[in-house]
Design a protein around this ligand. Structure first.
Ligand code: UDX
Length: 429
């Protein structure tokens, strides 16, 4: 089918590339000329495993196009997927102005009956508004149907998550829209859950909020484990075999970050408040996560008394491994606090250094773990990159002035570190 995708961020670009990979003719639209030029040349603007390869392949096979000319892209598309951002506003609500702008463009451009599919994460009821808005602004006599189709891509695994999704959620309020979406997804050959538009919108929030809740629950438990002499990783190991609980998202640490959980928890609690109720579980998850981020910093502050003029190594800046994304990364708040307390920071991340440098141009970036650790009095780990997991206690002992390690991702065996002469603190163990 002939598809257009609005927005080439994580959601839009990955969707566009994967639709092309499954045989559709796809035109991706973005307002950023420079970005469009790079993508046309086969360059992926984001770091995502396998994405650039598929981008190049589908451009070469004439199924994937990029443009800033929305009018041409939307005018004869059979379906238009909206994948633009819905960033958090100061009050926690989702900013829908990018969605509105795309709707306006669609209404002005379409020349044939068309299915508009909202892929962005949007508050319940937004699809209804999108439909009304487009219909109110249409300049031609065409039929527009609107459907919800939330995505569940996790960064660093996005292409795989789209091509081999656990399920496709289709939210429609009429049979023709449902039929069309089923046709678009037929080549993916994946399980489909077909529900109403409002339920589809809610499924997305329910999933992300539940996962955030799971992580915060484990962090809450971890803090108790420390007090009662239990080990949270062992506890998680014992929990994960229970299929009612599930094996994933049981890892305690310095808390969740990224572009979704922090934003979506706030958006859902906002929606609840607007409807006169409080989501106590989600509020608690948010509160626990905020406190969790600085737990190790607080511990280190007590142990060291001061960070003034002390060399402190930070290993890992990205909000999780496999991405250069720093959005809501727990490292950032710790960096800010350490700088405020006068530490001489040296940071290292295998991928996110460049993005970090844009935020903190004055903080030195090491080119390797060894360089970051050299002469440090203390080391913090905020991301569980593979190259850190492989480090031995000897490395910390040899390189650091004082082998004192605060591990926010529980990547080392505490006994092994102790035997290796490292003073080691982690979460819940
Ligand atoms: C998440 C959802 O997984 C995805 O389905 C949705 O579409 C977007 O939001 P993402 O933000 O890319 O994806 O990353 P994810 O792997 O879910 O991790 C989010 C954060 O939670 C990271 O900071 C990670 O370190 C943290 N996390 C994850 C934990 O602290 N413990 C865990 O057990 C799992």
């Amino acid at each position: 089918m002939k598809l257009a995708v609005a927005g080439t961020g994580y959601v839009g670009l990955v969707a566009g590339v994967c639709f092309a990979e499954r045989g559709h003719l796809v035109t991706c639209v973005d307002v950023d000329e420079e970005k469009v030029a790079r993508m046309r040349a086969g360059e992926s603007p984001i770091y995502e495993v396998g994405l650039e390869e598929l981008l190049k392949k589908n451009i070469a096979e004439n199924r994937l196009f990029f443009t800033t000319d929305y009018e041409r892209a939307y005018s004869d598309a059979e379906a238009i997927f909206i994948g633009v951002g819905t960033p958090e506003q100061p009050d926690g609500s989702a900013n829908l102005s990018y969605i509105a702008a795309v709707c306006r463009q669609i209404a002005q451009s379409v020349t044939r009956d068309c299915l508009v599919v909202v892929k962005s994460t949007v508050p319940v009821g937004t699809n209804d508004k999108v439909e009304q808005y487009i219909k109110d602004n249409l300049v031609r006599d065409v039929t527009i149907r609107v459907a919800s189709n939330p995505e569940f891509l996790a960064q660093s695994n996005a292409v795989h998550d789209m091509l081999h999704a656990a399920r496709i959620i289709i939210g429609t309020d009429d049979e023709e829209a449902e039929r069309q979406l089923l046709e678009i997804y037929a080549p993916f050959d994946l399980p489909v859950v077909s529900v109403s538009r409002r339920s589809a919108e809610m499924i997305k929030y329910a999933c992300n909020n539940f996962l955030a809740l799971k992580i915060s629950f484990m962090n809450d438990m971890a803090n108790l484990c420390e007090l009662v002499g239990a080990n949270i990783d062992d506890v998680a190991e014992g929990m994960r075999y229970d299929p009612r609980i599930g094996a994933k998202f049981l890892k305690a640490g310095v808390g969740y970050g990224g572009s979704c959980f922090p934003k979506d928890t706030k958006a859902l609690t906002y929606l609840a408040r607007q409807n006169g109720v409080t989501l106590k579980t989600v509020d608690a998850a948010v509160e626990i996560n905020a406190a969790q981020r600085t737990r190790l910093f607080e511990k280190a502050k007590k142990r060291l008394m001061t960070f003034e003029d002390m060399k402190v190594a930070v290993l890992g800046l990205a909000f999780k491994p496999g991405t250069d994304d720093l959005r809501e990364a727990p490292s950032l708040e710790n960096v800010r606090l350490l700088l405020e307390h006068g530490a001489n920071l040296v940071c290292y991340d295998p991928v996110a250094g460049e993005n970090f440098h844009k935020k903190y141009p004055d903080v030195p970036l090491a080119k390797s773990v060894e360089e970051a650790l050299e002469g440090a009095f203390c080391c913090f780990i905020f991301t569980e990159w593979d190259e850190f997991v492989r480090l031995s206690p000897e490395m910390f002992r040899r390189k650091m002035r004082v082998p004192l390690v605060y591990d926010g991702r529980n990547i080392f065996d505490p006994d092994n570190m102790k035997r290796g002469g490292v003073e080691y603190y982690s979460i819940g163990r």
